[in-house]
Write a protein that binds this ligand. Structure first.
Ligand SMILES: Cc1cc2nc3c(=O)[nH]c(=O)nc-3n(C[C@H](O)[C@H](O)[C@H](O)COP(=O)(O)OP(=O)(O)OC[C@H]3O[C@@H](n4cnc5c(N)ncnc54)[C@H](O)[C@@H]3O)c2cc1C
Length: 276
């Protein structure tokens, strides 16, 4: 189903079990491991859970009788009757040292109030959309790429995923492939969607950090597209702290203004994680 932004097509579930205050409890449907530090999983979706493409919410597990929660971007589409998340495995991370072992049938806590700035509505009108991510920072873009409105608003959509190793690109590659092969989205995205994958710590046909590839113009050259242009380009960024800092500086120096939910801008930013 693609025609129901309010999510009314979401599969009806029995009244959800509520745990830990207002948190929803959803059941794990499947888990996919890509590397020793990245995995994705899908859960059931209570029909009352609504979100906009690009938003994040709190998710977690019960730990010693208390909820252990972290912010996670929703990677699935607003119209899917499941929720999908793309996760890091931090070896000694309080949540992910446990979350990485979930299996179908396990329960996941989901916060009922998604939020975030990576929304199409937070960008001024433009004709080309750049989605720039590193690692799990691709997760919100999976949702944006699966939203038909993305292709209705923009003539060209470039999604770039930067990782350390080639294996870490697998989730992004599978999402892009899924969009291109989707019976309805595929047609919308066919002539518009460009995927740029790059790695920094292994040999690969595309290498380097996204900020450097934008600064030099190589990213656009490689795709056969025109150079960065404030008149046409709108940007969403989600990545590691160094990437966010470099890109914020780069776009600001080119005249791009940052947007937020109060005031649309030329680019919007979300942290992929907080350095503790
Ligand atoms: C707005 C927002 C959205 C987020 N969305 C996601 C998401 O979709 N998927 C996801 O895996 N994480 C996401 N995170 C990070 C997430 O909230 C947790 O930090 C992560 O799940 C690790 O939890 P932890 O308790 O195991 O370790 P934490 O104590 O939370 O983190 C320990 C350390 O691990 C590193 N780290 C944490 N998260 C990441 C990451 N994603 N990539 C690389 N290094 C990391 C950092 O150095 C951090 O200091 C998001 C964070 C924010 C602020």
């Amino acid at each position: 189903m693609l025609d129901d932004p309010e999510g009314a097509s979401v599969r009806e579930k029995p009244v959800p079990a509520r745990t830990a205050g207002n948190m929803l409890s959803e059941e794990v449907l499947d888990v996919t491991h890509y590397t020793d530090n990245l995995f994705s999983f899908r859960t059931t979706r209570t029909s009352s859970f609504r979100f906009q493409s690009g938003q994040f919410t709190m998710i977690g597990l019960m730990n010693e009788g208390r909820p252990l929660l972290r912010a996670y971007s929703v990677a699935s589409a607003y119209y899917d009757d499941w929720l999908e998340f793309f996760s890091i495995k931090v070896p000694d991370g309080p949540l992910t040292s446990r979350l990485q072992h979930i299996k179908p049938g396990d329960q996941i806590l989901i916060g009922p109030k998604p939020t975030g700035t990576l929304l199409l509505g937070n960008l001024r009108p433009g004709t080309r959309l750049l989605l720039l991510g590193t690692g799990t920072g691709f997760a919100p873009f999976a949702s944006v790429l699966r939203d038909p409105e993305t292709y209705e608003r923009f003539d060209t959509v470039i999604v770039a995923e930067g990782c350390r190793t080639v294996g870490e690109l697998a989730f992004a590659a599978s999402v892009v492939e899924g969009v291109k092969n989707h019976e309805l989205l595929g047609e919308l995205a066919a002539d518009k969607l460009y995927y740029y994958d790059t790695v920094t710590q292994e040999p690969y046909h595309r290498q380097g950090r996204i900020p450097d590839l934008i600064t030099s113009g190589k990213l656009f050259d490689d795709l056969g597209l025109t150079a960065l242009d404030l008149a046409t380009d709108r940007v969403m960024i989600c990545g590691n702290p160094a990437m966010l800092a470099d890109l914020t500086q780069l776009f600001a120096s080119r005249g791009f203004e940052e947007g937020n939910s109060g005031e649309p801008g030329d680019f919007v930013i979300e942290k992929a994680f907080v350095q503790r």
